[in-house]
Write a protein that binds this ligand. Structure first.
Ligand SMILES: [Zn+2]
Length: 121
């Protein structure tokens, strides 16, 4: 196999690369894969989830589910899913309010027009 750090060929049962000293082998790869997302990556995921319309929530949901399948990322995955779902509910409430107020504005206009017609007639 090859060292993931420097690309040097190492023995298949090697634990440490003799050239650069990096841990190699299945344990090192599994450890990296099962680690938590770094704070930078996690904050970026949250920002994408919150700030990118529609697609962001979906991305947050997908990464959240991926996180839930990995023990070390479970907590972060859960936060991502809650953020995505919470954002979805908030945006639905927001657009519901916008559409609702548009509808009310329309009906006010409608009655306003009727008043004018009655005044003229
Ligand atoms: Zn190496």
């Amino acid at each position: 196999m090859f060292c993931p750090g420097c690309g040097n060929e190492v023995a298949n049962d090697a634990v440490i690369c003799v050239k650069c000293g990096r841990r190699v082998g299945k344990e090192a790869i599994a450890g990296a894969e099962d680690g938590k997302w770094t704070t930078g990556v996690f904050v970026a995921l949250i920002l994408v989830t919150v700030l990118v319309p529609y697609v962001g929530g979906l991305i947050g949901l997908i990464f959240g589910i991926i996180g839930l399948t990995k023990p070390a990322k479970k907590k972060q995955g859960l936060i991502l899913i809650l953020t995505a779902v919470g954002g979805f509910i908030l945006s639905m409430a927001f657009w519901g309010a916008v559409i609702g107020s548009m509808f009310l504005a329309d009906s006010y206009d409608y009655y306003g027009v009727l008043d004018i017609i009655y005044l003229i007639a």
